[in-house]
Design a protein around this ligand. Structure first.
Ligand SMILES: *Cc1c(COP(=O)(O)O)cnc(C)c1O
Length: 299
């Protein structure tokens, strides 16, 4: 039987590269329904939709949102129809990670045909790519409330909160519901301008926007960078926590380049996504065979 409720995710203290920080473990939110996408889809988990029989969504064949929607559909007893432009041959022949887990949950996959015109029906719950929609605010607000009550217990007045962004909706809603803390983020998909545009679509008043920090160099989403792999290995070594390989390495690189943030207590949000490492890690190992945990330790 599935656990249908989300209980507050744990918080811990960790040290990385000599800096001590708090870590919000949203990766441990629930055994199957966890991380950033569980927060964004929390609204659908806890509300009743008597007319709905099926979720329809679209995006990449390895996305965290796709997997989380397959879990949501399973919990709710709904069908889950997912549309992708294409599936890599390798993935088709060797299903793994989010893709395999979503198929195991009964996902009906449609490749290369675009969204069917019939998708928008009253028995269909349509979800935007990456869960970028207003209902996401419900779950992010609960995340903010968990942080506030923990802060009160600890007697911490002001936090500097850091999390890496895709669409930026998590960072934006978090800043909105944590007015006495500062939320910092970095764009992992697209650049600073793209992220600012995303914020503006959700909130016209820039005063309520998170602060955007970046590295000097341009960064491409999903591309394999040696520095990303190295910092991910170091994180694992020094904190004992597995982070995601798509967003967190850039997040940590940006955070460490802005150490002024550590003047206030820093809270990093672990947004899950670790299942996706099943596809990213073999790619990193193939591309950088000389980078390994042992070598990192000696540096
Ligand atoms: C989706 C996702 C993000 C980005 O969240 P946005 O709300 O789109 O900014 C970051 N980290 C992980 C692990 C995710 O799955």
């Amino acid at each position: 039987m599935y656990q249908q409720k989300l209980i507050a995710s744990p918080l811990q203290t960790v040290t990385f590269e000599g800096h001590s920080f708090y870590l919000k473990r949203d990766d441990l939110l629930h055994p199957d329904f966890s991380g950033n996408k569980a927060r964004k889809f929390h609204y659908f988990l806890t509300h009743d939709f008597p007319a709905v029989r099926k979720i329809v969504s679209y995006g990449s064949a390895q996305s965290n949102a796709m997997y989380s929607l397959s879990v949501l559909a399973k919990i709710k007893g709904w069908e889950f129809e997912y549309h992708v432009d294409h599936i890599a041959e390798y993935l088709k022949e060797n299903p793994h990670g989010n893709y395999q887990a979503a198929l195991n949950n009964g996902m009906l996959l449609h490749a290369g045909r675009g969204l069917p015109a019939t998708a928008i029906d009253k028995d269909v719950l349509f979800i935007e790519e990456g869960g970028r929609q207003k209902e996401a605010e419900y779950g992010i607000r609960i995340l903010a409330e968990e942080i506030i009550s923990w802060q009160q217990e600890q007697g911490i007045e002001k936090l500097n909160i850091f999390l890496p962004s895709g669409t930026g909706s998590t960072a934006l809603f978090l800043q909105k519901h944590l007015p006495s803390s500062s939320v910092y983020t970095t764009p992992c998909v697209g650049g600073r301008e793209y992220l600012k545009k995303q914020f503006l679509e959700l909130e016209a008043d820039e005063q309520f926007h998170p602060t955007v920090l970046t590295l000097e160099k341009k960064h491409h989403f999903g591309k394999l960078y040696k520095d990303n792999y190295k910092i991910w290995l170091k994180l694992q070594q020094q904190t004992g926590v597995e982070f995601d390989l798509l967003y967190d390495p850039l997040g940590w690189r940006v955070l460490l380049e802005h150490i002024g943030l550590f003047e206030s207590p820093v809270l990093y949000i672990h947004q899950g996504g670790v299942l996706g490492n099943e596809s990213m890690l073999p790619r990193y190992r193939r591309k950088f065979p000389l980078v390994s945990e042992e070598r990192i330790e000696k540096e």
